[in-house]
Design a protein around this ligand. Structure first.
Ligand SMILES: Cc1cc2nc3c(=O)[nH]c(=O)nc-3n(C[C@H](O)[C@H](O)[C@H](O)COP(=O)(O)O)c2cc1C
Length: 180
């Protein structure tokens, strides 16, 4: 089964970015036509431990997320880039952590002035870790987040590059037609 994980690096728990990332996961499921279970990680829940020596929790979370096929990595835009919390978590990822994974970057911002931050900053970080990004990273202005989750998912389906996503994520074995 295709595993679709979520990592949100927002110091504020259960944030709008978190809800947008969950809607994006539903959109990815729809595009790939898979149930897409997988770990959902809100880094705010263990922010205190990110700089603790030995950081067991961070290591365990990265290991779990590293087993997914598709990973949504989301952050609010802070100071024209992404959060320090997300960077501090990902700085602990082993090299090649995302090798063989498809990643979908998402950034939420208050201003369209920073609409390209996801492409200019978050995307290179995820590529450095070995991830393959399907199409462009997703940018959402927070003013778009007042709609229902179902409506947001529908909008995100339109924003995703469905062809790129389907090309990068292999269909689960049990849905592939047998060779005749
Ligand atoms: C410390 C901080 C820095 C921010 N920097 C920017 C910024 O550079 N550009 C921008 O458009 N929004 C910026 N914002 C606004 C957030 O990106 C925006 O409100 C986002 O929707 C917050 O997501 P959340 O509601 O999930 O926490 C900043 C917010 C904070 C708290």
């Amino acid at each position: 089964m295709t595993q679709i994980g979520v990592l949100v690096g927002n110091p504020r728990p259960a944030s709008r970015t978190w809800h947008a990332a969950l809607a994006l996961r539903d959109a990815v499921r729809q595009v790939l036509d898979v149930p897409g279970d997988g770990p959902l990680v809100d880094a705010a829940e263990f922010a205190q431990e990110v700089f603790a020596p030995g950081g067991e929790r961070v290591r365990a979370v990265l290991e779990e997320l590293g087993r997914t096929d598709v990973l949504i990595v989301a952050s609010p835009t802070y100071k024209a880039t992404y959060t320090g919390l997300l960077k501090a978590v990902l700085d602990q990822a082993p090299s090649g952590w995302l090798r063989g994974k498809v990643v979908v970057p998402l950034q939420v911002a208050a201003s369209d002035r920073h609409a390209l931050a996801v492409e200019l900053h978050l995307r290179p970080l995820l590529v450095e870790l070995g991830g393959r990004v399907a199409g462009q990273g997703i940018f959402l202005n927070e003013s778009a987040l007042t709609v229902s989750p179902v409506e947001l998912t529908a909008q995100l389906v339109e924003l995703l590059d469905a062809d790129a996503l389907r090309a990068l994520v292999p269909a689960p074995i049990d849905t592939v037609s047998p060779v005749r």
